[in-house]
Design a protein. Sequence first.
Length: 98
Amino acid sequence: MDIEGEEVPVLGETPCLHVCAQMTVEFHYFLDPKSVPGIRAVISATRTDFHAVRFSSYTFGDMLFVNQRLASLNLWQRVWLRLRYKYARGLGRVLGTF
């Protein structure tokens, strides 16, 4: 989902999110720094249905939401997502190898 700054209103007001198995969202917090509390509120509100993975340590620009009812992830899969895709790729980018 890349809707240029409208992520918080759409995710906060869309009642049909429960039918999505997964979403990738790019929050445009940099367009309006005052939107960060709303972003955090949306992420918190989705935690009952979705496992949220924030791929950036400093921004909300790359988030993955996996619906736990439709595509349940066990503990190992959640750890693997973070290790392989968040930390390994991040380290690779920092070192310039990817």
